[in-house]
Ligand binder design. Structure first.
Ligand code: LLP
Length: 451
């Protein structure tokens, strides 16, 4: 895997100081009006904008919080949240390992300059070729998800990296059911309750496979982290059960999941309290056993990057229509489902702000450009003079937007700009072109010209 030719190394990031530069790094990143206008002029909209200072700060704060409760700790960045190469390079530069959930994500990490031995391979169905590629590249760990995968690993006939068994601890977090994974009824991992997890451990031992530890990820956007506390405790207790059977592991990985502030009133736990809660649960269970020497790992994605990004849109038609109970005003933006599928998929809600002067306030339904009855953001209060040509910024789009973007309706995927701490900006992902979009296609009926 080569770093793309056009990659220009960024100058080192030197001036990050806590609590200073252009805004409070503990708040959600918001683009100033002037910067938004200038970025929209230069790069067009829709545009993803990321703050490097926020991202570095959030990683450092998480690492410090985690280390304070468990010195032998490792922070892994879950790259599915945003695998833009510049983002991966920053996470690595800040000392994170990288969680990759496919060969594609692994190749992205390698292309970003992350050594394979900083990568952990996840996935509930890893194909043999994918496992072979990852092992030959030299990944640090593979999170094994099934008995079939254990068999496949043995059949590959090569020295294996450290294996972590992904476990389903049987806890049900308070979050959207589509991003809840810790319950017994899940496709992920080995169930503790039905004995599968213990059988997987025995199988590793019987075949001399390099079992390093246990992993669980119970869900995402956890605003009530109790499930995470329970999962930590169950994982640790399982590790002790295995110790009693003569198998001592070296690492426990409690996954990611901490929620973020999509809306101003969302109140996820502060990362310091969260680490104390989760680590405390593990500690209570492991106290007095040799497992207190284990490495403890967390692999957050969303909480590290979501609040560091915004999306800029240009407003198009604004129309007021009659409804059963009165009227509704739609403001259309030049993006939608294809750059942010979260409202449609999970009922995701966002904080939407107008760039520039604000007069009065009125409820708008923000709609996208797609041929769907999609209400991108419902009941958003915005200045009543909102009109075509205005710019909007949507906060907290750094995670699961760019990485989940599609070409539905043949819209081009947006560019991403990184705002550096000194206020300069750098394009880190260009807007897709139509040539790129059509490059994969073979039309057997009529050769297509470049458009
Ligand atoms: N580790 C594993 C094994 C995971 O499956 C995930 C997320 C994470 C870590 C990171 O979780 P986080 O800290 O970001 O919550 N597309 C959905 C989110 C899917 C999360 C999948 N797994 C959304 O937009 O809400």
């Amino acid at each position: 895997v080569k770093i793309p030719d056009e990659a220009v190394p960024l100058p080192p990031f030197t001036k990050l100081e806590y609590g200073v530069p252009f805004e409070d790094l503990n708040e959600r990143f918001v683009v100033s009006d002037d910067t938004a206008r200038s970025l929209a002029r230069t790069y067009g909209t829709p545009l993803y904008v990321l703050s490097e200072a926020h991202f570095r700060h959030r990683i450092r704060r998480y690492q410090a919080a985690f280390k304070a409760c468990w010195p032998k700790s490792t922070l892994t960045y879950a790259s599915k949240a945003n695998s833009t190469l510049a983002v991966l390079a920053i996470a690595y530069d800040e000392g994170c390992l990288i969680d990759v959930a496919s060969e594609g994500e692994l190749r992205a990490a390698l292309a970003a300059g992350v050594p394979a031995h900083f990568c952990h391979l996840h996935g509930n169905f890893k194909k043999a070729d994918e496992l072979r590629f990852a092992i030959d590249a030299g990944v640090d760990q593979i999170m094994v998800d099934s008995f079939e995968e254990l068999a496949c690993l043995r059949q590959l006939n090569r020295p294996l990296p450290s294996l972590m068994l992904r476990l389903a601890p049987g806890v049900r977090p308070q979050t959207n059911s589509k991003i809840s994974t810790g319950q017994d009824d899940t496709k992920f991992g080995f169930n503790i309750a039905d004995g599968s997890a213990a059988r997987a451990v025995e199988e590793c031992a019987a075949h001399g496979m390099p079992l390093r530890g246990f992993h669980a990820h119970v869900g995402s956007q956890l605003l009530d982290p109790d499930a995470q506390r329970q999962a930590g405790s169950l994982l640790a207790r399982f590790a002790i059960d295995m110790l009693h059977r003569g198998i001592e592991v070296q690492e426990i990985n409690v996954g990611g999941g901490l929620g973020v502030r999509y809306l101003a009133n969302d109140a996820p736990m502060e990362v310091e309290a969260y680490c104390q809660l989760v680590v405390g649960a593990v500690q209570d269970a492991l106290a007095g056993t040799p497992l207190m020497n284990s490495t403890l790992t967390q692999e957050p994605g969303r909480t590290l990057i979501a609040e560091c990004g915004v999306t800029l849109y240009t407003v198009g038609p604004v129309k007021t229509v009659p409804t059963d109970t009165g009227t509704r005003t739609y403001a259309t933006v030049d993006g939608g489902l294809s750059d942010n599928p979260r409202p449609a998929l999970y009922g995701g809600v966002y904080d939407v702000r107008k760039i520039g002067s604000a007069a009065g306030a009125k409820d708008f339904t923000i709609a996208g450009r797609h041929c769907e009855t999609d209400r991108l953001f419902s009941d958003v209060s915005l200045p009543s003079d909102l009109k075509s040509g205005d710019l909007l910024q949507v906060l907290c789009t750094g995670a699961y937007n760019s990485s989940m973007a599609s070409n539905y309706n043949r819209f081009l995927r947006p560019a991403t700009v990184l705002l550096r701490e000194d206020g300069t900006d750098v394009l880190v992902q260009s807007r897709e072109t139509y040539d790129q979009m059509f490059a994969r296609e073979i039309n057997p009926f009529k050769p297509h010209a470049s458009i």
